[in-house]
Design a protein around this ligand. Sequence first.
Ligand SMILES: [Zn+2]
Ligand SMILES: [Zn+2]
Length: 374
Amino acid sequence: MDVLGYGTFDATSRLGPIVFNQPEAREGEVEIEITHCGVCHSDLHQARNDWGNTVWPCIPGHEIVGIVRKTGPGVTAYKEGDRVGVGCMINSCQSCGPCEAHDEQYCEGPVSATLTYNGTKIPSGVNTYGGYTETIVVREEFVLRIPDAIDSAAAAPILCAGITVYAPMKEFGLKPGHTVAVAGVGGLGHMAVQIAKALGATVVAFSRSEKKRAEILEMGADKVVDPTDEDAMEAEAGSVDLMINTIPVPFDIAPYLSLMRHDGRLQIVGNMIELEAFSPGPMVFNRITIGGSLIGGIKDTQEVLDLCAEHGIAPAIQMIGIDDVNDALDSLEQGGIGHFRHVIDMRSLRDSRESMSQNASRAEEPVRFQPEAG
Ligand SMILES: [Zn+2]
Ligand SMILES: [Zn+2]
């Protein structure tokens, strides 16, 4: 069937309407009418080809919430009308070590996990298109259930930002009594503060922004420390069990290392950054590890959705229409949106399809495209 999406054919153009053919739900697959899609920094990187691997056209979006419209044969977990979500992956081998451990994002199968966009569909070899579309078809194992207590718009960012900070907490075994440091309180960090608090940890947030301080305390942080204040940093030395570091630009890790307690772990999540040279002395003397973590598995994603529902945790969001998505990406690029996440009300895309058919001269004409195996 023909579906309308919003994407780009090169790294410099603005996103615009694209019509492409999407196969209907087959065995084990679920067709979802998308109602909401979050705008993630990765969407910007992929659309701008910042990682040099973009397959064109690129239709981003991996914080997807919608309603099940059809199910293929053999689907048992979902039925028409269910409110569901799709995060960063839509497939994996399901049988390698990481997949068996519910860490599908690290799939070591014949090919890696299939990303929701800019991934390669198995077995067709066709590129994947993300949530800036009317519908998406996903195998049921990669579909999440949205708890009743969470609003669809608020659920969207949990599917990427929420799970990205929850997974390293889970892996660490975070529990009451632990102290978590959150460095960088943006889209990821503001979720980390709330989730760590819900897990019973003491939360210390590190932010230079004086005007954000009250907001961060309101999110549940026990303390906010300015990382450029040497005395304040000294006072926190050796106190942190787990640091979730979301700082998206190159930074000096040395002051953060000195905060870590014996056996502490400093986890780097989010955008890929380069660390400045640092002395490993504090790591050696306190058996501190510096680690990385990529999104999270499907089981953990369901867990964090349920946890957010149980504790009333919600990301700070700003709703936009599909026509605003280029401006939203521009503002992400300029780094000016703080911890807010833009969420696209996808009804606006369906409305734009209607205005196209009613008044073709006014609306932007969609580019028709036939996906083929690469
Ligand atoms: Zn993302
Ligand atoms: Zn696998």
